[in-house]
Design a protein around this ligand. Structure first.
Ligand code: DGL
Length: 279
């Protein structure tokens, strides 16, 4: 294949890097194109219409850049925009492009499938953005697969800004992290498994572990999504055939490129280049 057809990985900001890192580890043979809408993050406090509009703009931009497969590595976008894009927009895009093998996948269903197999006592906690929690997506999807599970969710509106504004390691971050973990465990003191239902939260993992009592599993989504993608590509050779195998990763951001490179390189543990785009 001469042209590049990377797997697009989209997030409102830096959070999707926690997914990209794990996907990249298990499927290093493919090309990837990461897009962080850092200029408009956080998405978690925005309305359904706005998250849908921003997400569709990002997906369109990744398709235009050559991606045939886009992962919404953002729970808020998966909760508020994925279904509309899959049902209403993709068919129009297929028709316009004459390519019915373009796909957009999210992170919520694979995560739900996993938590049901990790919990021992059936009491699960979800930490996520305001948007994801109020959408009810985790509770609804869990009910479908594991109706016996008791799911409690806590919105953590300050956590994404802590990451996006470079305050993840500051002493002030401890206050908000402890506050939401305490509130979640007050909702259900029997919780034995907590899902980090926002891809930014693994960037706060050291502090999260500090306040989660021992014996409670803390589950991040990177490895879950990576496994689910590998499985998906195996089951869909027609989609796999549309991905180029150059082993290269490129980064796009809607904020300034140098800012993105600094923060992203320290997390990905390798120097990287980014290009600023507008959506
Ligand atoms: N990483 C996004 C998620 O998983 C964060 C959303 C935001 O920008 O608030 O929900």
């Amino acid at each position: 294949m001469s042209e590049k057809h990377p797997i697009g990985v989209f997030d409102s900001g830096y959070g999707g890097l926690t997914i990209l890192r794990e996907i990249h580890r298990s499927l290093p043979q493919y090309d990837y194109l990461y897009l962080g809408d850092n200029a408009r993050a956080p998405y978690g406090v925005r309305s359904m219409e706005t998250v849908y509009r921003f997400t569709l703009e990002a997906v369109t931009s990744l398709f235009n850049a050559g991606c045939n497969l886009v992962i919404l590595a953002c729970n808020t976008a998966s909760a508020k925009a994925l279904r509309s894009i899959q049902q209403n927009d993709l068919p129009k895009i297929w028709e316009a492009d004459g390519n019915p093998n373009k796909r957009v996948l999210g992170v919520i269903i694979p995560s739900v499938e996993r938590i049901g197999s990790v919990t021992r006592n059936g009491h699960v906690g979800i930490l996520a953005t305001q948007g994801t929690v109020t959408s009810g997506s985790y509770t609804i999807e869990t009910q479908k697969i594991y109706p016996h599970l008791q799911v409690s969710a806590e919105a953590c509106p300050m956590w994404v800004p802590l990451v996006e504004y470079g305050e993840a390691d500051s002493p002030g971050a401890d206050f908000f992290i402890e506050q939401h973990i305490t509130r979640l465990l007050e909702k259900d003191p029997e919780i034995d498994t907590i899902l980090l239902g926002c891809t930014h939260y693994p960037l706060l993992i050291d502090k999260i572990r500090k306040y989660v009592p021992e014996g409670i599993n803390v589950v991040a989504q990177g490895e879950i999504v990576a496994r689910s993608l590998a499985d998906y590509l195996q089951r869909h050779p027609e989609i796999e055939a549309g991905i180029s195998r150059g082993g290269e990763t490129e980064y796009l951001t809607t904020e300034s490129a140098w800012k993105f490179c600094d923060a992203a390189a320290s997390f990905m543990k390798e120097p990287l280049d980014a290009k600023q785009i507008t959506l």
